[in-house]
Design a protein around this ligand. Structure first.
Ligand code: ZN
Length: 311
């Protein structure tokens, strides 16, 4: 006699996202003197992005530098990096920084990458102020409202960077004001001197504060990077690596490339049964339109944002 079959146990794959690996190739402050493999020219950054994609990254988070290697927000350099990546047939998602030099660039300069044509699929959104080492990284409420509005108008997905729990609360306030709309993509930046330390306890606390349905990733500075990435994988979150946050493979041993750090995460993810998201799979997960040109993707995201305004 048949008694009916119990519903099959959901597999881990049904419960947990494919893993989105981001690689932050350059950042504002690292130098070639600290690690000669740091990419700083547009050509080097694009080549690093392609290598990271081949190693398993779905997103590259990009900063650009001037001729002297100093951080700049020059929109033409951002556009050139993306063009070089696309010219190589690489489909990686390009996330452009609006962080500037954490205190050394004006708010207006920092907004520039959002306005390039076509706009970036993702840009960073530093969701509050903090001491940042010996600097002060100012992200005033006025700046955040302006940045959120411009991102929505241009169809750019904000990567909501939170350096401590108060920044998650700032994001929730902007959600209530209708300035940040789902789907939400958070990046927890842990271990900055002045922000939350890179501990599992801090990470769990901040994840618990997220608005419902938010996806999140973690990056941590220096030796915290690998441990926090593995914790995020275990928790169902996503992971960022790269030279912006850490120049070493292990204590006393410089990493040889950004892709080397991505490849390590890819190996660990395989052991942890977290298949890697391709760029198009990540686009689907983050509400970006897959398989279309960058220009079309931007417009589609803008249309989706208009719909969320009514949500
Ligand atoms: Zn950055």
């Amino acid at each position: 006699m048949s008694v009916g079959r119990a519903a099959p146990e959901p597999s881990r794959e049904d419960l947990v996202d494919k893993l989105i690996i981001s690689c932050a190739t350059t950042g504002s402050w690292p130098t070639k003197a600290q690690n000669p493999a740091l990419p700083t020219t547009e050509e080097e950054i694009a080549a690093a992005a392609v290598a990271c994609r081949e190693a398993g990254a779905a997103i590259v988070h990009v900063h650009v530098r001037d001729e002297a290697g100093r951080v700049t927000c020059d929109p033409n350099r951002y556009a050139r990096v993306r063009a070089l990546i696309e010219a190589r047939g690489c489909d990686v998602i390009v996330n452009m920084s609006t962080g500037g030099g954490a205190g050394s660039t004006s708010d207006e300069e920092r907004l520039a990458p959002v306005g390039i044509d076509p706009p970036p699929e993702i840009a960073s959104f530093d969701c509050g102020s903090l001491n940042f080492g010996d600097r002060v990284f100012v992200n005033s409420p006025q700046f955040l409202r302006e940045l959120a509005g411009r991102m929505a108008r241009h169809g750019v997905l904000p990567e909501i960077e939170c350096f401590e729990a108060g920044h998650v609360e700032n994001a929730r306030r902007l959600v209530e004001e209708g300035l940040l709309c789902p789907p939400f993509w958070f990046q927890f930046v842990l271990g900055v001197r002045g922000g939350a330390p890179a501990t599992v306890k801090q990470l769990v606390h901040m994840v618990e504060m997220l608005p419902p349905g938010a996806r999140w990733s973690v990056c941590a500075v220096g030796r915290g990077q690998l441990a926090m990435d593995v914790a995020a994988m275990a928790m169902g979150g996503h992971a960022r690596t790269g030279f912006e946050d850490n120049l070493y493979y292990r204590k006393g041993e410089l990493a040889t490339s950004n892709a080397q750090l991505v490849a390590r995460l890819a190996r660990i993810a395989a052991e942890m049964n977290r298949p890697l998201a391709t760029p198009d799979e990540a686009r689907t997960m983050l509400g970006l339109a897959a398989g279309s040109s960058a220009a079309t993707r931007g417009r589609q995201r803008a249309g989706a944002t208009a719909a969320w305004d009514r949500w």
